[in-house]
Design a protein around this ligand. Sequence first.
Ligand SMILES: *Cc1c(COP(=O)(O)O)cnc(C)c1O
Length: 397
Amino acid sequence: MSMNTSHIMPTYARADVAFTRGEGARLYDDKGREYIDLLAGIGVVSLGHCHPHLVESVQKQAEKLWHVSNLFRIPEAEKAAARLCAMTFADVVFFNNSGAEAIEAAIKVARKHFAAAGEPQKNRIITFEGAFHGRTLGALAAGGNLNHMEGFGPHCPGFIQLPRDNLHAVETAITPQVAAILLEPIQGEGGIHAFSDEFLRGLRKLCDEHGILLIFDEIQCGMGRTGEMFACQHAGVWPDIMAIAKGLGGGFPVGACLATRKAASGMVPGTHGSTFGGNPLAMAAVNAVLDEMEKPEFLPMVRDTAEKLDLRLRELAETHCEVVLGLRGRGLMRGLHLHEAAPSAELVRLAREEGVIVCGASENVVRLLPPLTISADELHEGLARLDAALTKLGKAG
Ligand SMILES: *Cc1c(COP(=O)(O)O)cnc(C)c1O
């Protein structure tokens, strides 16, 4: 079916390509063409396409039990929650189905914490320019991107957006009404902007001094993406509440809100819910992803791949300095910041023509989020194709 007769609501500017099969970091379209996937479904397919352990775990669970509702105990969810808590600061986990829902839960946990303590007026949340927290109404207001908010008012109040990397501005903005600070340690959609370790440590200190909650959105930068399990670990800083999703299910739609028992003190029976959240099928995917990521060799492998990627990207940035302004990001979450005259959308298109999948981000950045399991050969081949696309873009400009 051609795109303009499609019955899908046209909210996306989709590329006219349809993939039918994937294996590791390779994708195949309906014309039999092969691609190297340096995007992994926007950082979701963390173990690559159709990872055998993930396939087997989900298949096995599909034959046993899919869904029972949260009116009952779900041992698979209890197991996944215990594992996520063991690897982080968290004591408790709320499972849901997407990043935006995980953010909504995080906002509710923070507001309820103070409301339950008799301070309902303490409900404002500080956020930062360039943020992206999802497309539900609360997450949209938290993100504060006017393009995304246009036409969807009235907007959810209670968010204070500040410039990035200015600790002094944050300190000044903390009033008795402020409950929490929310940010992505590395902004994804905003253009792969990594906050400095010092800034994250400064925020932690401010939160402790003022008795407010620190919320990290690790939906894109978490789950091994940067070579640590969570990006905030590079700075040695844990939040009080953390939203995760994308890589968590390896392609299965699942999100989670992690919190300390103290931060979640207001979340008693009846305060939050999700019909699908944490169902046995989704939890089979999460537990299978954790099986792989908990292996002692997993993160060292990611770091090794990240080093190879970094070396090669530096070469590309140098060779194509007429197109590439600079490199951004950390680990396997990288961005090529392009000159204004070289639109990122054009590089994304040329790259696809060359057989490599990447995507854009704000600030004319092209984003690379390869599967964490990508082999050295696949990475090498993908970057050779990107090299060819950069050459074409340079000639066109
Ligand atoms: C993708 C993303 C979200 C939203 O996740 P959805 O699953 O699309 O709702 C929120 N925050 C960040 C940092 C993201 O990258």
